[in-house]
Design a protein around this ligand. Structure first.
Ligand code: AMP
Ligand code: MG
Length: 492
């Protein structure tokens, strides 16, 4: 039989206080839900091994892989604005790091694999619903070109977990460039452990930003780099109508990938004040707040790094402030670029902001579907005879038709041709997102009937989000009023 992944876990070289060695807890009756063979190939894991019984037992936590010493990572975090000094992986086990054939290093982590020393009161398990949700949405994000953790496999545990009622349990195998969070830095900073903050920063620089190692102020460069990645990431979310839902500092990765698909969702009808999360009563993490919260989180990172930014405290503060000011600039230009791609412009221009805002306010006023409205614009510039328009899936109100005249004028004055514009717009405006009501259907079928087919069907659609097919119309349609999902829930 083919061999499993080869682990090379550099995180284990860090001092003990960064993690706890802890074994996953065996499950009663592991069975496979899905394996991601394309991702396996990219990671240099043999897809045949991934479907083997050995892989099933390892990814269920029943067996330890060769070379793996499972651990839970320590971190803290600001949750809904309040500091929690002790979080850590409460239901996740890092099996180890693997190096892909292209040289990139990834964490391979089980989520829902049992309690750890950081669990506090939780059971360390995950219901099947959140596993399916994370699998779908993380893979949708990857297909949309958004930096994200990935899903390598999902396994049913054959056990029941108690939440609102009894629910079948599952375990996700999550892949990430690393799981180091803003909260990982806060964990040490708040204990006054500057040496550990420095050790972690050195580790992150080496792992994620090796080009910064010989900068004159490497930690300041590191902060700048994290800020830039985070700004770009959130601009991409905004451009897709994606609401993360729980942007706590323990859910923000230093490497700039989206993580923690709990109460997240793609919006249907556009509403800048949209909140899905059932626990976000104040709307702290609503769509319009995401860019600002991104900066708030980075202020927490900057604070944690202060003592190592500069030996002179005042200078450190000034440097941090300057870096944080850069966030607004980075976000602004990334967002402009995202929007200008969506609208088919070769370069953003100052006057585009008004045009974009007009469009968004028409969308708000007429409660237009975010995804379909932008996709409809792609149909207006299609040059390819193979292009499949969304047709009656979307109908444009008069105000939008009027707006289009201005937009067409702007396009006519642009330097790029229609033939260049079409692929650009198509790649920026998906026909398919992981719609909440479809995700919910897939979860209900899996949890209630043990039927994974709706999950597989939805997954295959969202893996090719930019290619519309009339036969897949159901997946493009906005929900009917009775299908609308108003609230989403954390995995817990
Ligand atoms: P999350 O909401 O997933 O970001 O989790 C916040 C914190 O709660 C993290 O420290 C998790 O490890 C912990 N946690 C969440 N769910 C569970 C669970 N079922 N059992 C133990 N710990 C959990
Ligand atoms: Mg989390």
């Amino acid at each position: 039989m083919s061999a499993g992944p080869e682990f090379d876990t550099t995180f284990a070289s860090l001092p003990d206080e960064f993690y706890s060695y802890t074994q996953p807890i065996r499950v009663a009756n592991a069975s496979s839900i899905i394996q991601n063979s394309n991702l396996a190939t990219k990671l240099g894991i043999d897809p045949e091994w991934l479907v083997s019984n050995e892989a099933l037992q390892i990814l269920a936590g029943n067996q330890t892989a060769m070379g793996s010493a499972p651990m839970a990572q320590a971190y803290a975090g600001h949750q809904f604005g309040s500091f929690n000094p002790q979080l850590g992986d409460g239901r996740a086990h890092l099996l180890g790091e693997i190096v892909a054939p292209n040289g990139e290093r990834f964490d391979l982590q089980l989520k829902g694999s049992g309690p750890t020393p950081y669990s506090r009161r939780g059971d360390g398990r995950s219901p099947m619903g959140p596993v399916i949700r994370e699998y779908l949405i993380s893979e949708a994000m990857a297909a949309l070109g958004v930096p994200t953790t990935r899903s390598l496999a999902a396994i049913a545990t054959g056990e029941v977990v108690m939440r609102q009622g009894p629910t079948p349990g599952a375990i996700l195998t999550r892949i990430a460039p690393s799981h180091i969070r803003v909260g990982s830095f806060e964990y040490f900073a708040m204990q006054g452990k500057q040496d550990s903050v420095k050790t972690l920063a050195d580790y992150c620089i080496k792992r994620h930003f090796p080009q910064l190692a010989d900068h004159s102020q490497p930690y300041l460069s590191f902060l700048n780099e994290v800020i830039m990645h985070q700004a770009k990431l959130i601009a991409q979310w905004q451009g897709l109508g994606f609401i993360h839902g729980v942007m706590n500092t323990d859910n923000m990765l230093i490497c700039g990938a989206t993580v923690d698909y709990g109460p997240c969702a793609f919006m249907d009808q556009f509403d800048p004040e949209k909140v899905f999360s059932s626990i976000d009563k104040q709307g702290r993490y609503r769509y319009s707040q995401q860019p600002g919260i991104g900066q708030w989180n980075l202020v927490r990172l900057a604070q944690a790094l202060l003592p190592i930014l500069h030996t002179n405290g005042e200078q450190a503060l000034a440097d941090a402030q300057q870096a944080l000011d850069g966030y607004v600039k980075h976000f602004g230009s990334a967002y402009q670029k995202v929007m200008s791609n969506k609208l088919g412009f070769s370069q953003p221009q100052a006057s585009d902001q008004a045009l974009t805002e007009q469009l968004l306010s028409i969308m708000t006023e007429h409660q237009l579907d975010f995804t379909l409205c932008f996709r409809y614009l792609v149909d207006q510039v299609a040059t390819d005879t193979q292009h499949q328009p969304i047709g009656d899936v979307f109908s444009a109100p008069n105000e939008l038709l009027l707006w289009q005249q201005q937009w067409q004028q702007r396009l006519a004055a642009d330097t790029q041709t229609q033939a260049q514009r079409y692929p650009q717009m198509k790649q920026a405006n998906p026909a398919f997102i992981a719609r909440n009501h479809q995700v919910e259907l897939a979860i209900r079928a899996a949890e209630d009937q043990g039927d994974y087919q709706p999950f597989y069907d939805l997954l295959s659609v969202i893996k090719a989000p930019f290619e519309y097919q009339p036969t897949l119309k159901t997946f493009a349609l906005a929900p009917l009023p009775q299908e609308v999902v108003q609230h989403t829930f954390c995995g817990t």
